[in-house]
Design a protein around this ligand. Structure first.
Ligand code: HEM
Ligand SMILES: *[C@@H]1O[C@H](CO)[C@@H](O)[C@H](O)[C@H]1NC(C)=O
Length: 329
């Protein structure tokens, strides 16, 4: 359609496509790009290369932590369809990114860089949703020094819609209680063992002061370790600005290592949603098991991440040209 020439075969295919029932979606496949497309580059290797260039265990895990959170926030809202990547625009001023649940997102530049490289070699072929799913997996591999490893099936389509209200409904807030968390995860088909294992992602990355201010001001909450609480009060004073943050895991901030579970047991975590995992005997036992056996935890985390990557929405969608905007703008 570029240059105004209309290709009849294309029009036919588009009309045919319009007749397909909207809920039809192909099952995801391991190695989809190698077997089901004409793309001759190794798509997953391209993504891995970009991730390895940008992600390291230094600091708090930086954009790698961002990618893992992005993938969770993508998949829990209408399935893994890249809807979290959409920027506000005149036609859609209120996408998922505008929800408070998506404050502080980072790592999107890594997805965009991989997309740019793949558009150059295999135009119109690789979805942003697949790139994000691969990139989160690769970030977990890097930040865990190889302990976390799993295959990501692919063939996702990029969604056509993105609404802030969807994110606010599906993503629990940091002040959530255990029953809220269990309900939110159950509604996506995840059991409590998976909720606990996945929460181990809070072994990396950052927590903005604003998301746990109420646990340290005016006083350190009784469920928090007092010396940790004092430390948090000095890093996040009452008048801390919106940009100020701390590492979620003060001990090993850039290692996706399950240290988180020891922190939860010790009361050394910023969010109530982390602390709350020991409010119940059964979830407390799971936290203790994960703290005691990090190899076992890494396997559970990998399995739950793969399962998260398989959450699908309506299956309607497209291959976006740019990840931050649908092809219609
Ligand atoms: C169980 C409910 C959860 C709640 C309430 C929650 C909440 C939060 C909040 C408030 C932040 C801080 C964001 C910031 O201040 O920049 C955060 C960060 C993060 N979350 Fe969660 N989260 C949950 C589960 C998960 C899951 C399941 C994953 C992935 C498997 C995940 C991965 C991350 C990562 C990696 C970060 C650090 C992001 C960065 O440093 O940019 N979270 N989470
Ligand atoms: C791959 O290329 C062949 C030959 O040009 C074409 O017939 C086929 O439809 C293409 N397959 C895909 C999935 O694009």
């Amino acid at each position: 359609m570029a240059g105004g020439r209309v290709n009849l075969a294309m029009v036919f295919l588009m009309a045919l496509h319009g007749l397909l029932p909207p809920s039809t979606h192909a099952a995801l496949q391991d190695g989809f790009y190698g077997t089901s497309t004409n793309c001759t580059v190794d798509v997953e290797a391209v993504v891995r290369g970009v991730v390895e260039q940008h992600v390291s265990r230094s600091g708090d895990g930086g954009s790698g932590a961002g990618l893992i959170r992005l993938h969770f926030h993508d998949c829990f809202v209408k399935g893994c369809d890249g809807s979290v990547l959409i920027d506000p625009s005149p036609v859609n001023p209120d996408p998922e990114k505008a929800s408070p649940a998506n404050g502080g997102l980072r790592g999107i530049d890594v997805v965009e860089e991989a997309k740019r490289q793949l558009e150059a070699t295999c135009p119109g072929t690789v979805s942003c949703a697949d790139i994000l799913a691969f990139a989160a997996r690769d970030a977990a591999h890097v930040l865990s020094s190889g302990a976390i490893s799993y295959d990501v099936p692919s063939g996702r389509r990029d969604g056509l819609t993105s609404d802030a209200s969807g994110a606010s409904q599906s993503l629990p807030p940091p002040f959530a209680q255990l029953d809220d968390l269990v309900r939110a995860f159950a509604s996506k088909g995840f059991g409590i063992d998976e909720l606990v294992a996945l929460s181990g992602a809070h072994s990396i990355g950052r927590a903005h002061c604003s998301s746990f201010r109420d646990r340290i001001h005016p006083a350190v909450h009784e469920t928090m370790d007092p010396s940790y609480g004092e430390d948090m009060r000095s890093r996040c004073p009452e008048d801390a600005g919106a940009e100020e943050w701390v590492a979620q895991d003060q001990a090993t901030p850039g290692d996706l290592d399950g240290r988180y579970f020891e922190n939860v047991l010790a009361g050394r975590v910023p969010f109530n949603s982390d602390r709350a995992l020991i409010d119940d005997g059964e979830t407390r036992r799971m936290v203790e098991e994960n703290a005691g056996d990090q190899v076992e935890w890494a396997a559970k985390f990998a399995a739950a991440m793969r399962k998260m990557s398989e959450l699908t929405g309506t299956g309607e969608g497209e291959i976006r040209e740019f990840c931050h905007v649908t092809n219609r703008g």
